[in-house]
Write a protein that binds this ligand. Structure first.
Ligand SMILES: [Zn+2]
Ligand SMILES: [Zn+2]
Length: 120
């Protein structure tokens, strides 16, 4: 029974983690993963191009609607872009799979190499 609860928890935690990841890495304008993420003074992140496309007449945050009197300086969110890149690499690697299949893959790899060496 304990194992079942643990498994259920693990699945729930993974789901929450995935949702958080999507939430944190998704641009609220184009609703896809950030492309060149930038941070504005209110703390929200958007793709640079998406944000610039909304700033035609006034400068406001599309998410919290904070109005900026002057065009805020765009700061490239290097941390976020690194995370996005990592996420992209991982999601392409684990396509159709999960975090667990990656772990299994690692284990399989080590057992495979030991069996191919065999002589040792
Ligand atoms: Zn966008
Ligand atoms: Zn904002």
């Amino acid at each position: 029974v304990d194992e079942a609860i643990k498994t259920r928890w693990r699945i729930t935690a993974k789901k929450v983690y995935d949702e958080m990841k999507i939430l944190l890495l998704t641009c609220s304008i184009c609703l896809s993963t950030f492309d060149c993420p930038v941070t504005i003074p209110c703390g929200h992140n958007f793709c640079q191009n998406c944000l610039l496309s909304t700033w035609t007449e006034s400068y406001s945050c599309p998410q919290c609607r904070t109005l900026f009197e002057t065009r805020p300086e765009l700061k490239k969110n290097t941390v976020l872009s690194t995370v996005v890149e990592t996420f992209r690499v991982r999601s392409s690697k684990t396509e159709g799979g999960s975090i667990f299949s990656v772990r299994k893959g690692c284990r399989r790899k080590s057992s495979h190499s030991s069996s191919s060496i065999a002589a040792h």
